[in-house]
Design a protein around this ligand. Sequence first.
Ligand code: NAD
Length: 457
Amino acid sequence: MAEEVAAAVGELRASFRAGRTRPAEWRAAQLRAIMRMAEEREGDICDALQADLAKPRMESYLHEISLAKAACKFTLKGLKNWMKPEKVPASVTTFPSTAQIVPEPLGVVLVISAWNYPFLLSIEPVIGAIAAGNTVVLKPSDIAPATSALFAKLLPEYVDNSCIKVVEGGVPETTALLEQKWDKIFYTGSGAVGRIVMAAAAKHLTPVSLELGGKCPVVVDSNVDLHTAIKRLAVGKWGCNSGQACIAPDYIITTKSFSPELVDSLKRVLKRFYGEDPLQSEDLSRIVNSNHFRRLTNLIEDKKVAQKIVYGGQTNEKQLKIAPTVLVDVPLDTELMTSEIFGPFLPIVTVDKIEESIEFINARSKPLAAYLFTKDKKLQDEFVSSVSAGGMLVNDVALHLANPYLPFGGVGESGMGSYHGKFSFDCFTHKKAVLIRGFGGEAVARYPPYTAEKQKI
Ligand code: NAD
């Protein structure tokens, strides 16, 4: 394994050194090929996502394929401009000179991807790496084996295989990859493995982007259009892979007095979305595998948690399905309330005053996303200025990821670095500082001997 990996990296390094990935035309051709792949093989991609997660076709298209195509389009539009050196003002100390920031590719990069959005989370960093002129190895997640196998088959059919490679596998293969020297590692997944990746990268002083997770809070004020808020919240939780999404709402915070109304509204919306027997709904993804199914069911088998269920709770191990489940006032020391849920449970924390939610969030690890539903402008402003999170969205959930002008990434334990839109290009680019001088404009005081006369200046 180690030799195969070393040979692949060696080939990529040779291609990079030969300058193959530098021309804008090469980069654009690869991006167009990826877009063609997403269009021509849409059916195969949907089938793979169905096999890995029973992901509804509509979700596969809206949340993975169309976003990947949009990323290609956006990048193709901006690419030539992004590649241009940026002229910056010259400073008096260097007069006369011209100064510019020259974007240059980092070299040979590794993308390690997660299983929950196995198509988009693999291809979007690869799009950024290619746009920036790097060679790249993609290591898709072994926990989504159908999508991983599809990448291994499709990418070589569409893109330049001397510069872009797929290495499939789990821990041993990723460990072998991490032993190599990379110019950047882009990792999406849990914080636990993120630490392994960062430690491996440190050996070679390789920079990393870590796209991690955490518990994303949703604050729901009583001053809202409740029906719209709950529809958006529900589709952002259960309509995103049954809650197996890094930016899915993890828990709600609302006031004690508003909680009953909110729970009633959630129940109504969930019945409308997924019917009386949600385990039969084809619009709900399944849990990815039996390990995760057991991890999740263990969370609600805890007696302190089980008695707090106000809606749902049904499971079907054979189908790996868990119904949307709402809980109220679960003790805060339970596993459900301390670790990232990454599944279809939505606990509600109640407070006396909505303003207390800010302190509640800030007392915990910084989330990847924080959400607020309110019409109260003052509360919106306070939330935006006081809560630290990778990203933030007011009066909706998850949609901020679809705006390519916004950076997507975490802060603190939810990650480091960001991507999407031009941020993906920047993520895989070194900004080289270049100062060019002529031979005029000599300042005599610069040169020894530093005589008393020179020091008077
Ligand atoms: P994971 O950490 O289990 O796996 C991610 C990748 O790491 C996979 O490719 C896997 O093969 C590899 N891997 C697993 N164990 C490894 C080891 N010991 N050594 C080396 N490589 C290893 O993560 P996951 O379960 O795939 O993803 C879930 C987590 O990812 C959640 O915390 C979620 O919030 C987060 N996530 C974040 C984002 C984001 O964009 N920020 C997106 C999706 C998921």
